[in-house]
Design a binder for this molecule. Structure first.
Ligand code: ADP
Length: 405
């Protein structure tokens, strides 16, 4: 099955079905999947996006052409919407604050976004509210860097404080000289440096909180990255009860301490001794939650729409024993992406979501979700192995001989 963008705009729903109009700042694939969820609920979704060719524009009821940090356009969007959600957190919070002060509802609210936009400040916030994180420090001059602050041994991970995504702005340093070289190469900025965690696996959890303070935690997902970019996700993660409890407690603490309303993604490391550490928080829907569209009764996208529209939280429980998501990243220009995509879409229980973006090597063009139900007495570990073998088949079709890890 292939779900892809349609071309007719605007797409009005009949007024008697509409329970509201909401806005989304951003026009990429996250807003696109939000717009599809809104349409199913009979809610009008308007987007603020830079280009008409952006994925969400064709699914939205209407759109405003502007960069996502253009708060004057967000003000116009607000005039037509009951609430505004963000696809991307790198908006101009100071410019949006006056709108919030005069009663515009943002999801998440501005005060919940503030501690999260800068990686160093985000880590400080986690420490303040008692969330477990890797050891970290701020570095503005390598001459003052003391490895003792990070447990005393290399490697360490150097991270840009803002605007990092998909591993851009993240580098591994194996020595003090490496740290200095990365800092020079990046133009001598203030950076966040943290201990390298030799994790057993990476996990992610999506948590949602509505305006009345009710919280719903989606099933915990195992994520696997290739070259620091998410390649695949499997739900539910096959982890101990203790790890599940740690993840769930982290999710509740985060949204309660942020006094948050909205959907938040928490990327986590699971250590070999079964401890869960927080890597990163994204105040929005997230790649690790894409499989919730097929796997859960209510997806992460429907959930943020419901919250923005003031509806009760949806049921986030799994509808299948297991779900797998594989990202389809742009190949080199000569590759036959349409044929490969059709071949993957014909696989059993597979749904391809194709964002309609121009192809560039490494760009997230789409993803595929496969649902898997248990066969006989299959254990959870065996089911996970089966999901991984389906992932390998998909990656062999999509990436061919380039499939790795
Ligand atoms: P981005 O925000 O660019 O996605 P992340 O901080 O999520 O950057 O890092 C991307 C990936 O790099 C992670 O998923 C993980 O695989 C690896 N990574 C990041 N920080 C660490 C760390 N402290 N220790 C080990 N691996 C890390």
């Amino acid at each position: 099955m292939i779900s892809s963008i349609s071309s007719n705009i605007p797409q009005a729903v009949t007024p008697d079905r509409a329970v509201g109009t909401i806005g989304a700042v951003g026009g990429g694939q996250l807003a696109w999947m939000m717009a599809i969820a809104a349409k199913k609920l009979g809610i009008l979704l308007l987007v603020q996006a830079p280009r008409q060719s952006d994925p969400a524009v064709s699914e939205a009821a209407d759109w405003f052409a502007a960069d996502i940090d253009d708060a004057s356009t967000t003000a116009k969007l607000a005039d037509r919407c009951g609430a505004i959600a963000f696809e991307n957190e790198f908006v101009d919070l100071d410019a949006l604050q006056p709108l919030a002060d005069r009663g515009v509802t943002f999801v998440p609210p501005i005060h919940s976004l503030r501690p999260l936009l800068d990686k160093y400040k985000q880590r400080c916030f986690m420490r303040e509210i008692g969330l477990p994180t890797p050891q970290f420090c701020e570095l503005s001059d390598p001459a003052n860097f003391d490895i003792a602050a990070l447990g005393g041994s290399y490697p360490v991970v150097v991270k840009a404080r803002r605007h990092g995504y998909d591993g851009q702005g993240t580098a591994i340093a194996r020595s003090a000289a490496d740290v200095a070289e990365i800092w020079e190469r990046w133009g001598r900025p203030s950076v966040e440096v943290e201990e390298f965690v030799p994790f057993e696996s990476e996990l992610a959890v999506i948590v949602s909180r509505d305006r009345s303070g009710s919280v719903a935690v989606f099933p915990i997902v195992e994520t696997q990255q290739v070259d620091r970019v998410c390649r695949r996700a499997i739900a539910p993660a096959v982890i101990s009860q203790s790890a599940i409890q740690q993840c769930t407690a982290i999710a509740h603490t985060l949204v309660e301490q942020l006094d948050a309303v909205g959907v938040f993604a928490i990327e986590l490391f699971l250590t070999k001794d079964d401890r869960v550490l927080v890597n990163e928080i994204a105040p929005r829907t997230h790649n690790s939650g894409h499989l919730t569209i097929e796997a859960c009764n209510c997806s992460q996208f429907e959930q943020v729409v419901r919250i923005a529209a003031g509806l009760p939280l949806g049921d986030v429980s799994l509808q299948h024993d297991c779900a797998l998501m594989v990202n389809l990243l742009g190949l080199d220009g000569s590759s036959d992406e349409d044929r490969r995509r059709a071949e993957i879409a014909a696989m059993p229980d597979a749904t391809v979501h194709w964002y309609g973006k121009a192809s560039r090597p490494g760009r997230k063009l789409g993803h595929v979700t496969v649902t898997l139900d248990s066969i006989g007495e299959e254990t959870t570990a065996a089911r996970r192995d089966r999901a991984l073998s389906v992932a390998r088949q998909i990656e062999a079709i999509w990436y061919g001989t380039k499939a790795r890890n």
